[in-house]
Design a protein around this ligand. Structure first.
Ligand code: AMP
Ligand code: GLY
Length: 411
């Protein structure tokens, strides 16, 4: 099977590594890919968010399966354009991807499907925003309605800061902002592989969203993750499938918007039971880097079955024993402005996935993005996997490079 993988981040590098290890994948094309993915497949340039360009690349590369990694191409309708060429694609239509692209749409689907989530108000101006902030009280949760790479959310006890972010969202974006009830309790990410009718969960994971140790400072795309969750109740995944994933997928299908791809269920386990914090339409980054380290089922076969509506015919997923931990090495300044172009040295290509890297004119690896590398360790327990991941991170050489020291600590 010839596979075209769209994307260039750490998530896609990890997907590429699992695809390259699947015997049924005879050719892997990464578009645009990154310097780490070059060792696993052929990297070709493409404008990821141009549906016509991706569809035409799928045709010229004779792809049997296209996998779309990031959200922006999905929301832009890349999967629709590929599907229109008759090529199986793992990734939802632009309409279905609105479950991530519009928080207001996600809330509407959840209300219709009776899926538990935080109470929320869509506000269109100062008066509505102030009323919503006062209705819910502190801590305030203020969300950009559109895509913001995990950085559009402000959670704060400071009403003035909450209001300022709300007004910024209203004026900068679609004239509206979502303000919602604060959810306490640990967060869980569960990735559900769906073929539109049937769905299979991967192992649950936990992500570390804030830049600072102890969960301090601004939100990021994610600074680290681990899987599985030894502290979680045994029936957690079954409960999420029953109360969240299945009703949501059924509601979408019932509206004529079948969801083919990853339904990312971001949940809080609150004192009042589990509630959805967010849905995404793709694998979480960096959680999937840890989850894939434990997946034994060939990934290409699984995603091809989902893309072609045959998930019900596939076997149960196979998992390695033990745990996996991913530690993100970020550039100085992230999640604000970062310095780019500093040289980077990576010791273990097989278990360090590239995110914000490039090759300079002399062929030297340099750091370009905010999140630069993902170090994935494994072991018999979370504690052992953590030691393994930190040993990898310590071997990275990047001036000003930063990583949290408390990923998967005390689990
Ligand atoms: P989102 O962009 O909706 O994924 O939110 C990003 C992060 O903000 C989440 O992973 C949470 O850590 C935090 N967050 C979002 N909504 C809430 C909420 N209602 N209560 C508490 N924390 C939240
Ligand atoms: N790690 C969170 C996300 O991928 O949105």
């Amino acid at each position: 099977m010839r596979v075209l993988l769209i994307g260039s981040g750490g998530r896609e590098h990890a997907l590429a590594a699992s695809l390259a290890a699947d015997e049924s994948v005879t050719k892997l094309i990464c578009a645009p890919g990154n310097p780490g993915m070059g060792a696993l497949g052929e990297c070709v340039p493409v404008n990821q968010t141009d549906p016509a360009a991706v569809a035409s690349l799928a045709v010229t590369s004779a792809a049997d399966l296209v996998i779309v990694g990031p959200e922006a191409p999905l929301v832009a309708g890349v999967a629709d354009a590929v599907r229109a060429k008759g090529i199986p694609v793992y990734g939802p239509s632009g309409e279905a991807a609105r479950i991530e692209g519009s928080k207001a749409f996600a809330k509407e689907i959840m209300a219709a499907a009776s899926v538990p989530t935080a109470a929320a108000r869509v506000c269109r101006g100062r008066e509505e925003a102030e009323a919503a902030l006062d209705e819910f009280g502190a801590p305030y949760v203020v969300k950009d309605d559109g895509l913001a790479a995990g950085k559009g959310v402000v959670v704060t006890d400071d009403r003035a800061q909450a209001l300022a972010h709300a007004l910024e969202c209203v004026s900068a974006n679609h004239g509206r902002v979502v303000i919602e009830e604060y959810l306490d309790g640990p967060e869980v990410s569960l990735f559900v592989v769906s073929d539109g009718k049937h769905a299979k969960p991967l192992l649950p994971a936990q992500d570390y969203k804030r830049i600072g140790e102890g969960g301090t400072g601004p939100n990021t795309g994610g600074m680290g993750a681990y899987t599985p969750l030894p502290w979680a109740p045994d029936d957690l995944v079954a409960e999420i499938m029953e109360r969240v994933a299945e009703p949501t997928l059924a509601e979408l299908a019932g509206r004529g918007i079948p969801f083919v791809g990853t339904l990312y269920c971001g949940l809080a386990l609150t004192s009042k039971g589990l509630k959805v914090v967010e849905f995404n339409a793709r694998f979480g980054d960096p959680e999937i880097q840890a989850v894939l380290a434990l997946l034994e089922t060939p990934l290409g076969e699984l995603l091809h079955a989902a893309a072609t509506g045959r998930l019900a015919d596939t076997d149960s997923l196979w998992w390695r024993e033990g745990a996996a931990v991913c530690v993100v090495v970020a550039n100085e300044g992230y999640p604000g402005d970062t310095v780019t172009g500093r040289p980077l040295y990576v010791a273990d290509e097989a278990r360090i996935f590239h995110a914000g890297t490039a090759l300079d004119a002399a062929g030297q690896l340099i750091a370009t993005g905010g999140r630069v590398l993902n170090c994935v360790g494994t072991g018999a327990s979370v504690a052992q996997a953590r030691q393994d991941a930190y040993a990898l991170a310590e071997g990275v050489k990047l001036e000003g490079g930063y990583y949290r020291r408390d990923i998967a600590a005390n689990i």
